[in-house]
Design a protein around this ligand. Structure first.
Ligand code: PEP
Ligand code: MG
Length: 857
């Protein structure tokens, strides 16, 4: 275990950072430490190391210790304004110093008169997983006395985490927790899991960090997490210290599981869907073909064919002055610019689809990234302008990513550049144009393209994108996939020779760009584009028709929704209704509970987007792996078995009543049905029904709203015949049902291959629930991920399920598959499978049946 002591740099009164009249220091934006009001004007080194910053104004100094930790001493507040008056540096940047060496002399009177405050922060910046302990209690301190100790320092063997820090008798209760796991995410800790983890880390007071490859990252910083370069199979340690350290570590572990779940959900959707899948996470990259004359070979980012005119867009360099006028003002300007960018991005996200929202969420994380912001604030403190500081902070993160071997992480560079330019434009009082005009049938030709540039382009006129550089898994490629725009990357510098306006053929199925095609080739390519459009229109048109199996049995195909944009996508893909609105996702990122009016507005928008189609609105399923910031739940040893779903709702009746009141007021009333999550017995249903009855009487609603229960626990499945008496329908949540049946965490990275909903034990429970529904003449649906699994579809229908609710993009393929199935064949298959020994055997039987039907997708 390695500990470093930080000593008082001068005599004075030692206090806390809260006493520094500057939100940056008091808010610990730069790091943690203490503050001293000096009584002498000789600043000595608080530790040994190298002087890394000592601006000409000599009002601050930072030392990098042998362990790579930066300790900053900033004399007073706003003292940069003195321009060096009253300060005298005694060493130069780059010098090696020992603890106690004299660094700066300053004239207390001059500085006191010119500064807002003399309170001097002594900080560790950034904290990067470090912990401070043995903090000196407020009171007089003499130069050279210990101010605090730094623990959690990376050593040659890794990071010391397992031993909790010794507690000072007077220190507040500090806890430490750690967990080590193997990352099984296909692409390692790339931007999305990093963003997910950073968000989770921010929800806790504990200082959490992640370590891998002997490096440590602040868990709140997406940039720092990505820069760890964690790939599939790498060992990752998660550690935290602070009052809620165990909960923080547990939540980060759950975050990795959630990322894994999202990854496999995206995989399922893609497997089942033929329509462009907006949940696609990484388009497939194909190798670059050999080039011929007039043909450039590239990497396929989004497949497709297009014929159009080569078009370039201009990108303006944003100039920034290096030096700032006044650090306070520069800081305030940077803050304001970030606020403006945030508001703008949030507005764009609100009107975009799921993919755009996810990408903007990643950009918002970069915008708030503590590592980037700390670096920018440091530069501002050293006299740089807000723009210069922001650009250099971003560029520093970019260099860290570029040094990694992982091309996926290097592809995040475009996102950082995008965020950089948003903020620089905002500082200049401008914003990125929302609409960049294009000529008809434009093939965009460029070296690279930022996500916000793509979304600003006129989609109706853009037929393809060709980049000399870029990556097939960059966010801009993911966006292009969601917008269904064929895209080639890595075409090389040859594309610079293409004349503006030249007709080109983009064959993003073959990975080629024909730069000077002859007339017959153009004609042939246009015909291919035409027939592709017709095929797609046919699949979509068929998806709009009500779905029946080959023998005429009616099967409803609904969509799972999280917001109004999903609802529009669901309708476009032929969903016959919403089988599961995960209402918790509408309000997850809030600091306060949504009001009845806010909820009503959100639900009503979704109902309107669905038109006459039914909307099954699930009551907030919070707790477990879905915490809400505004609903502090007690720490639990095993949250998956704790207060979640209906249990949380019954424990917080006010929240439940507000939601129910909003849901009951959605119009048209008959279209809305309510669904209760995580039921284990009929008493829970009766309790909720009782509240609904009361509210219906209060509001004056004559017709009882239809009510359903989720079958997510083995108890509910086994009790289904009793439960169904109290409800109008059942909906099987196979994700949770599988986890609770197999006693395998649904997101456990090492159990991912075994947490299979086609396990015969799970199928038996599905059979019990479906059988209860059939006996009572009531609908039994499946809304868990298994509903979009093509091998599962015949089994579920064979067991008696008559409604499947899947991600919107999967609806057309599921409908097409159902139309090819006969229920009797499905029933026979299901009966055979119930007696098999493993999910592998079940899958093999289902695959055999589909193959015999010619369904080989
Ligand atoms: C399920 O458990 O299958 C389900 C649909 O609910 P969620 O995935 O939201 O927990
Ligand atoms: Mg569930």
């Amino acid at each position: 275990m390695s500990i470093l002591q930080i000593l008082a740099p001068f005599d004075g009164w030692c206090g806390t950072l809260d006493e520094v009249p500057d939100p940056v220091f008091a808010g610990r934006m730069l790091g943690d430490g203490v503050a001293i009001d000096p009584t002498t004007g000789i600043l000595v080194a608080p530790c040994a190391g190298e002087i890394v910053t000592l601006p000409a104004s000599a009002h601050a100094v930072s030392i990098r210790t042998a362990q790579g930790i930066d300790v900053l001493v900033h004399i007073g507040v706003d003292t940069v304004q003195l321009g060096g008056r009253g300060f005298d540096a005694r060493v130069r940047p780059g010098a090696s110093v020992r603890a106690g060496d004299e660094l700066i002399r300053f004239d207390l009177d001059v500085v006191a008169r010119g500064a807002k405050s003399l309170m001097t922060p002594i900080l560790v910046t950034p904290m990067d997983g470090l912990r401070l302990q043995q903090r000196r209690a407020p009171g007089l301190v003499s130069s050279g006395e210990v101010l605090f100790e730094i623990a959690g320092i990376a050593t040659a063997a890794g990071i010391e985490t397992s031993t909790p820090p010794p507690r000072a008798a007077h220190a507040p209760k500090e806890e430490a927790a750690a967990h080590t796991l193997i990352v099984t995410l296909r692409h390692g800790l790339h931007a999305r899991p990093a963003a997910l983890l950073a968000q989770r880390a921010k929800a806790f007071g504990a200082q959490a960090s992640l370590s891998a490859h002997g490096r440590t990252a602040n868990a709140r910083s997406v940039v720092a997490i990505m820069a760890l370069g964690v790939r599939q199979g790498d060992e990752l340690s998660i550690q935290a210290s602070g009052a809620d350290a165990p909960q923080s570590v547990a939540s980060l572990v759950a975050g990795i599981q959630e990322a894994l779940r999202m990854e496999s959900a995206a995989g399922h959707g893609a497997a089942a869907g033929t329509a462009p899948d907006s949940s696609k996470t990484a388009p497939t990259a194909a190798p670059r073909p050999l080039a011929a004359a007039g043909v450039l070979g590239g990497v396929i980012a989004v497949p497709g064919i297009a014929v159009g005119r080569a078009t370039r867009i201009e990108r303006r360099e944003i100039a920034v002055a290096e030096h700032g006028a006044d650090s306070g003002r520069e800081r305030a300007e940077l803050e304001q610019a970030r606020i403006n960018v945030r508001m703008r991005l949030e507005r764009v996200a609100a009107t975009g689809g799921a993919t755009r929202r996810e990408i903007i969420a990643a950009h918002l994380e970069f915008l708030d990234d503590p590592q980037v912001n700390e670096a920018a604030h440091e530069s501002i403190a050293a006299g740089k302008s807000a723009g210069f500081a922001w650009r250099s902070a971003i560029r520093r993160s970019i260099s860290a990513l570029q040094a990694l071997e992982d091309s996926r992480l290097r592809e995040r560079v475009d996102d950082l550049l995008d965020v950089e330019s948003h903020v620089l434009l905002a500082l200049a009082g401008e914003a990125r144009p929302m609409n960049i005009p294009l000529p008809e049938r434009a093939v965009l030709v460029a070296d690279d393209l930022l996500p916000s540039e793509l979304t600003a382009l006129d989609r109706a006129r853009l037929v393809a994108i060709c980049l000399s550089g870029g990556g097939a898994t960059s966010h801009v490629a993911i966006l292009a996939a969601a917008m269904d725009i064929p895209m080639l990357v890595g075409l090389g510098s040859g594309i610079r020779d293409i004349a503006d306006g030249a007709t080109v053929i983009v064959d993003a199925d073959a990975g080629t760009l024909q730069t000077a095609p002859a007339a017959p080739a153009i004609e042939q390519a246009r015909a291919a584009v035409e027939s592709r459009l017709m095929r797609r229109a046919k699949t979509l048109a068929e998806a709009q028709i009500e779905c029946r199996a080959l023998d005429g049995t009616r099967v409803e195909v609904f969509a799972n929704l999280g917001n109004v944009t999903d609802a529009a996508a669901a309708v476009a893909h032929g969903a016959e209704g919403c089988g599961l609105l995960r209402t918790e996702f509408l309000f997850i990122d809030r600091e306060t509970a949504p009001t009845e009016a806010e909820q009503l507005a959100a639900y009503q928008d979704i109902a309107a987007a669905l038109g006459p189609r039914p909307l099954i609105l699930r009551l907030m399923d919070v707790g477990g792996d879905k915490p809400l910031r505004y609903l502090p739940l007690p720490a639990e040893d095993n949250p998956a078995l704790g207060l979640r779903g209906v249990r949380t709702a019954l424990a917080h009746p006010d929240l439940m009543r507000t939601q129910l009141r909003a849901a009951l007021r959605v119009r048209p009333a008959g279209n809305v049905r309510l669904l209760i999550p995580m039921i284990t017995d009929a008493a829970e249903i009766l309790a909720v029904r009782g509240v609904i009855d009361e509210l219906e009487a209060e509001i004056g609603i004559a017709d009882r709203v239809e009510l359903g229960a989720m079958i997510e626990t083995p108890a509910a499945a086994l009790m289904a015949s009793g439960l169904i008496r109290e409800v109008d329908f059942l909906s099987i949540g196979s994700n949770d049902l599988t986890q609770y049946t197999l006693a395998m965490d649904r997101g456990h990275p090492e159990l991912a291959g075994r947490t299979d909903a086609l396990h015969p034990a799970v199928l038996k429970l599905v059979a019990a629930a479906a059988g209860a529904g059939a006996a009572a003449g009531k609908m039994v649906a499946v809304c868990g991920g298994v509903a979009a699994d093509r091998l599962a579809v015949p089994l579920l229908l064979g067991l008696g399920v008559r409604e499947l609710s899947v991600v919107p993009a999967a609806v057309p393929a599921i409908k097409r598959q159902i139309r090819s199935l006969r229920i009797n064949d499905c029933r026979e298959l299901a009966l055979r499978c119930l007696d098999l020994a493993s999910p592998g055997e079940v899958r093999a039987q289902a695959a055999e049946m589909l193959e015999s039907l010619g369904d080989m997708q």
